[in-house]
Structure formats: C-alpha cells, structure tokens
Ligand binder design. Sequence first.
Ligand SMILES: Nc1ncnc2c1ncn2[C@@H]1O[C@H](COP(=O)(O)OP(=O)(O)OP(=O)(O)O)[C@@H](O)[C@H]1O
Ligand SMILES: [Mg+2]
Length: 226
Amino acid sequence: MNDPILELSGVVKTYSNGPERLPILKGLNFSSPAGVTSVILGESGSGKSTLLNLIGGLDKPDEGRVIVKGSDVTALSEDKLSVFRSRSVGFVFQFHYLISDFDAVENVMLPAYMTGTPRKLAERRAEELLRSVRMAERLRHYPHQLSGGERQRVAVARALINEPDILLADEPTGNLDEKNSDAVEELIFSLAETFGKTLVLVTHDANLAKRGNFRYLLHDGMLVER
Ligand SMILES: Nc1ncnc2c1ncn2[C@@H]1O[C@H](COP(=O)(O)OP(=O)(O)OP(=O)(O)O)[C@@H](O)[C@H]1O
Ligand SMILES: [Mg+2]
C-alpha cells in the first residue's frame, strides 16, 4: 500500500475572539491515498474551510501534524510554504477571487507566470484549460462579464494551471444557485478523475457527496467516515 499523500493527525484549531475561545477542530485525523476523491460534508460553521486552509498551508494548526507528500506543512519555512502553495495544491475557494482587471485567460495563466513559466506557454496552457472547463467562447471576458458559474469554472482552470497533485475545493456557493453550484462541483470531480488528482471537496449536497471515493462528516471538530 502506498503512503498516503495527505495525512492529518491530532489537528487542533481554536480561534480566539477577545477572551472567548472557539474550539473548531478538536484532534482531527484524516488521510488520503494519492489519486482518490474525498468529500467532506458538515454544517455551516463546522470548520470545513478551516480544514481545507490547513491542508493547503494557508493557515497553521495549534496542535497536530499536516503531512502533505511526505513533508510536514506546519514546519515549512515561509519560502518553502509559498512554493508548496503555488505548486503542490490547487485551490477552488468558496468565492472565486478572480482579479477584476484581468480577463479569463490572464486570470488562469497568472499562477503559472508567477512561478516562472514563460508568458506564451502559460497563455497557451490557460487557453487549453479554459476549453476543458467549457469556457472556449469566453476566453477574453472579464469577471464582471461572466456568470457566477462561469467565474467558478475560470477559478477551476486557474487551480489546475500549475499541475498540482492535490486539488482542494470549497463549496462554490458564492452567488450560485444550486443547479450551477452542482454543475461546477460535478466538473471538478470529472477533471480530478481525468487528471488523476487527489481531490478533497467540501459540499452541502449529500447526493453529490456519493460521487466521492470516501465520504466524511465534519462534526464537533472531528471527521466521521460515512
Ligand atoms: N479568523 C477567525 N476568527 C475567529 N473565528 C473564526 C475565524 N475563521 C472562522 N471562524 C469561526 O470558525 C468556525 C468555522 O469556520 P469555517 O469557515 O471553517 O466554517 P465552514 O464549515 O466552512 O462553514 P460554511 O459552510 O458556512 O462555509 C465558524 O464558526 C467561524 O465563525
Ligand atoms: Mg466554508
């Protein structure tokens, strides 16, 4: 059996708000082999985004270990962490965070360009990815000229541009109605399968959750397999 590509053990995360302490993750364990899809369900406020941020190195736990591809993310220097964030993981956030002054191609190519891919090559890859998320007809549209679902598809293409092994997707609820939100999530599943990515996806949709190889409920600071 291969070593897991993702392994979280004893992860504790508590937010402080003035004197108040808000325990969110309470010794959480999680692991995933490479190339499989895991789905996390959980109520609003249960800590799903918090958990994805820890896996993606955007935040650090108070206790516990977050091992990604054999290295402890919590122990990486800022420099190494930024390389990790731009190369090893692709993020599709709950809100799209596209840059409003950039068109679709420019938004998608940016992470590649920032990490040293020549401009022309980054642009060509961005166009290919936009085609694979069915955005071929909107390459030069700006975010304000796109629908909510289209913006999320651009965000999906952007998450894939640096060919990360791991794709982290937080429910694309932004301004999307249920139909569009499900369509984007379905697209993420099929791309993850096509490209053999390790996917961790958060969704509210119990039906779509069945699509995952593994399913979990985040409840009371712990993950329960379903
Ligand atoms: N920076 C912060 N400071 C204080 N509390 C925070 C902070 N970030 C998140 N929280 C609290 O931690 C809890 C978990 O937040 P999180 O965003 O992880 O929830 P979630 O499961 O993603 O919810 P949703 O489904 O609504 O997106 C929430 O109650 C939130 O108010
Ligand atoms: Mg969230």
